[in-house]
Design a protein around this ligand. Structure first.
Ligand code: PNS
Length: 157
């Protein structure tokens, strides 16, 4: 059985991320969306909230489950027997940041990273921008699933 891990901060998950999860799910038997907890990076939502928001936003019949880790991504991949890491690219700017991580992860355990191009209609969506717009009272419901829009509204009310 082929297992892929889709890692990220997902603070919070956006429609762009969901598009990438669906694409990954069409390529692998099972996809694990992994919320990576970075103690040094301040997040708006806790790891538990981020996992719940992703779970609430995914159709139940998809071959996707959600988990979190505060350890190394490659250690998690070894533990679950993942054959690949899948990351989404919004455009060429993302390649720069992603290349270093993919090479380092491959050096650590040999795991390959597969990049999928997201829907071009969603390429401008980023969690940081969505939070900025929401914090100023702007409309974000086109960019995030309904559960996330509600959570952001509550957070910034
Ligand atoms: O959504 P992001 O912030 O681009 O995701 C970055 C993420 C979470 C994939 C990366 O920081 C990560 O893998 N963190 C887990 C800890 C780890 O393995 N660090 C080494 C990365 S080469």
């Amino acid at each position: 059985m082929s297992i892929a891990v889709c890692p990220g901060s997902f603070d919070p998950v956006t429609n762009g991320h969901l598009d990438v999860f669906r694409r990954a799910a069409s390529l692998f038997d099972e996809v694990i969306v992994l919320v990576a907890v970075n103690g040094a990076k301040k997040s708006l939502f806790s790891a538990g909230q981020r996992v719940s928001l992703i779970e609430e936003s995914l159709p139940e019949d998809l071959n996707i489950r959600v988990d979190s880790t505060d350890g190394l991504l490659v250690d998690y991949c070894t533990e679950v027997g993942a054959t690949a890491i899948v990351k989404g690219l919004r455009g060429s700017a993302d390649v720069v940041g992603e290349t270093g991580m993919a090479l380092l992860n491959r050096e650590l355990t040999g795991i390959e990273t597969i990049f999928v191009l997201g829907d071009t209609k969603l390429s401008h969506i980023a969690s940081s921008l969505v939070k900025d717009v929401a914090s100023h009272g702007g409309r974000i419901d086109e960019f995030v699933p309904p559960a996330v829009a509600r959570a952001l509204e509550k957070e910034y009310r």
